[in-house]
Ligand binder design. Structure first.
Ligand SMILES: N[C@@H](CCC(=O)N[C@@H](CS)C(=O)NCC(=O)O)C(=O)O
Length: 226
């Protein structure tokens, strides 16, 4: 059995953040599929045994079950000595962006994606527009930061990149954001991440579990101010 088992589903960008680290660091791991669409993460026994917070990803290692992608990424970087900070200033910078990602970018992008293409009942247009504007604003902040850098911290990839990019490789039909057209610096940075040894598309990297299905697929969406 491999040392690392990642409880995940293919459509989970939060899980993809951890999978990206493991693959790009050349670490042996295996995905463990979760019945997310069927409500497994809400099941009291799953919560009791796997994650009391009711969320994936969960990284199983030597009998421990680690949750929260940002904390897992920090733990992996520290444990393996790759993609992490090299001094206290970089450590602070990493925490800052990991928190920004969880609260602002992923927090908006992932919620907008579900509303855009995965809810059985279409959301109220005002709700979708609010989430779209919020997501656009978060992407604009990352776009500006990347205007004069190759990676978020400078010249080398770090866990900040894996975290912020977690949802940005899913198809535009799902996300409703054509990053290539609207965010050139983000698109170039995505290209650098995709060129790292070990990188794969999320659906190829984690071909397991039962994700929320796509029920609407529209590439056109109203423009939003940041
Ligand atoms: N901050 C958490 C977020 C994890 C998260 O939201 N995971 C989603 C799947 S991508 C989930 O399990 N959600 C369960 C729910 O919303 O009930 C992390 O970064 O790990």
């Amino acid at each position: 059995m491999t040392r690392y088992r990642l409880h995940c589903v293919s459509a989970s960008g939060n899980s993809f953040k951890v999978a990206l680290f493991l693959n790009c660091a050349g670490i042996d791991w295996e995905p463990v599929g979760v019945d997310f669409a069927g409500g497994e993460t809400r099941d009291p026994s799953w919560r009791a045994t796997t994650n009391e917070m009711g969320e994936i990803p969960v990284l199983e290692v030597d009998g421990r079950r680690l949750s929260q992608s940002g904390a897992i990424l920090e733990w992996l970087a520290e444990t393996h000595g790759v993609f992490g900070p090299s001094n206290a200033e970089e450590r602070f910078e990493m925490s800052r962006w990991l928190l920004f990602d969880n609260h602002r970018l992923t927090g908006s992008f992932a919620a907008h994606r579900v509303l855009h293409s995965m809810t059985l009942v279409p959301p109220h247009p005002d709700v979708l527009a609010y989430m779209r504007a919020r997501t656009h604003g978060a992407l604009s902040i990352v776009e500006k930061h990347l205007a004069d850098r190759r990676f978020m911290l400078g010249d080398r990839p770090t866990i900040i990149d894996f975290s912020l990019a977690g949802y940005l490789f899913y198809p535009v039909e799902e996300t409703g954001f054509d990053l290539r057209a609207a965010f050139p610096a983000i698109d170039a940075w995505r290209g650098l991440i995709a060129a790292l040894p070990g990188w794969k598309q999320p659906y190829e990297m984690m071909p397991v579990g039962n994700s929320l299905p796509l029920v609407r697929s529209a590439t056109s969406a109203p423009s939003a101010q940041s």
